[in-house]
Design a protein around this ligand. Sequence first.
Ligand code: PMP
Length: 334
Amino acid sequence: MSYLGDTNNLCWYMVPQMRDAILRLHNVVGNAVTKDKFLVLGTGSSQLYQALLYALSPSESSHRPINVVAAAPYYSEYKDATDILQSRLFQWTGDAALYDKDEPYIEVVTSPNNPDGTLRVPVVNSGVEGKIIYDLAYYWPQYTPITDQLDHDVMVFTFSKCTGHAGSRIGWAFVKDIEVAKKMIRFVQLNSIGVSRESQIRAAKMIGVICDGYKNLKSIESDHLFFDYSKRLMKERWEKFKGAIEKSKVFTLTKYPTSYCHFNKDLSEQYPAFAWLKCLEGIKDGESYLEKLKIRTRGGGRFGVDAKYVRVSMIGTEDEFIELCTRLSNAKRE
Ligand code: PMP
């Protein structure tokens, strides 16, 4: 019933079974080094983004707001989430590739990227050393080969994209610097006095079931293993989707490399959560073009690029996805 989850942990609102489940999950998947890092839980990773901006900004009031950048096309919410309160601590400065000031900055590196699914590294070229937030929402085996066990100073994950339970609002960050972790936890305290205990218990249980599957590998059919099942689903969807795009002759798709996945122990392609389409000559505004076909997308402008690009979700329900492919096949060059 209490606000407190574990008074022995720096992140005092996190229940022990949530912490254990997250560590176990990363141990099974092998996508992040969790040793010697502080685990900070958030009400979704969106709350942790705000907490990180607060924690990574200079504390002296004499400072100008720190610049926040991400390479375009960038996740559409970063800009608004950064500027909504018109903070004196931080300000959105746009495309990281164009940033050339010798001033402090925070770069958000989203890999695989939302909207275009590409794998990314920091791109800022500045005389000043920046602070980097790795948003690893999609670094799970159903979306991309797990090529490395990442070991960055600040890494953010979310249950929303790991299993699809976005409504549970569970996100977490691994942070090397205790002072940054403490500030984040203070932010969460003032913002929501912690994270829903019910959500934590439910998420911990689900993660436990997923990990148990991989413990009992021999007695379980691969289709009952969560990441194997969801990767197969993503692969099938991408094949269907590519077919519909080819038929339409209106769009081109981003091409993805094949790499070795340490989790699946095979060479694998990427199957991003979103398709990033570029309209061919003659269509200037992809979002309104697709709106006419009754397909709701998000246009390039929201991601800091041209309106001839659009983002389409690949992770809706099965019915929605099939309908999407049918409507897309009806697109024809005018
Ligand atoms: N980062 C990225 C790259 C995302 O795509 C999303 C969700 N669309 C989030 C963060 C936020 O996720 P949540 O708050 O549900 O954890």
